[in-house]
Design a protein around this ligand. Structure first.
Ligand code: ATP
Ligand code: MG
Length: 206
């Protein structure tokens, strides 16, 4: 199975990176693509440029060979729809390989408002990770799609929903941007190389 994690990554932080690594190891993924969005359809526009967000992602990945810094959404004009991104991965890797799209509980709670969300489930599984402050939705719209054991995801290319417990890190990019803006330290919330890049370019200061 290939993993995919989309996001604004404005900036990437240890909440993303530790989650990604635990999914790779917990679900037996060969690799996980981290894909920054160009023009996110569901939220305010990022503060750092697409190039800066991609460079921070690259710095954060360093020599972790199982993570791929994937620029496909940045190379596409217009809004970044996950359904189009997953289709482009299918075009590249074929219809048979299982793909797991990783998202935090906060994103999952709004999933059914995403552009063509039902088509997304024909292209990938969802791997939902818990995130501090977000409780699972009591609605049972996904009861029929939910797997009991995450190894079941490897038996089909797409269409199942798995919940995965990961180390809970209450870190958000919003908090990091606010700390930069108020002149506070962001050390230990994200990799030092990313922190130095933010400092050198005076990102998130207004
Ligand atoms: P912002 O505060 O700007 O929204 P963020 O920290 O939520 O930033 P995003 O780029 O919005 O980061 O998130 C990308 C993906 O990573 C989403 O699926 C989100 O749920 C997940 N995610 C972000 N932070 C964490 C975290 N600390 N733990 C688990 N998942 C996370
Ligand atoms: Mg977010």
């Amino acid at each position: 199975m290939i993993g995919v994690m989309g996001g604004t990554f404005d900036p990437i932080h240890f909440g993303h990176l530790r989650t990604a690594l635990e999914i790779v190891e917990g679900c037996g993924l060969t690799r996980l693509h981290l894909i920054p969005g160009n023009i996110p359809p569901h939220r305010p526009q990022p503060q750092a440029s697409a190039r800066e967000r991609f460079e921070m992602l690259r710095l954060a990945i360093g020599n972790e060979a199982r993570f791929v810094a994937d620029a496909r959404e940045l190379e596409r004009a217009g809004a970044s729809y996950t359904v189009d991104t997953l289709q482009s991965l299918r075009d590249e890797f074929g219809t048979r390989i299982p793909i797991g799209f990783v998202m935090g509980m906060d994103a999952f709670l709004g999933f059914r408002s995403w552009h063509r969300w039902e088509a997304i489930l024909t292209l990938a599984h969802l791997i939902v990770v818990h995130r501090p402050g977000y409780m699972p939705d009591p609605a049972d719209w996904y009861a029929d799609s939910r797997v009991q054991h995450n190894c079941e995801l490897n038996q089909l290319p797409a269409g199942r929903i798995a919940f995965q417990a990961v180390t809970q890190l209450d870190i958000s990019a919003t908090f990091i941007r606010a700390r930069c803006n108020s002149g506070g330290s962001i050390r230990y919330l994200l990799p030092d190389r990313v922190r130095r890049y933010i400092g050198a370019r005076n990102l998130y200061q207004h």
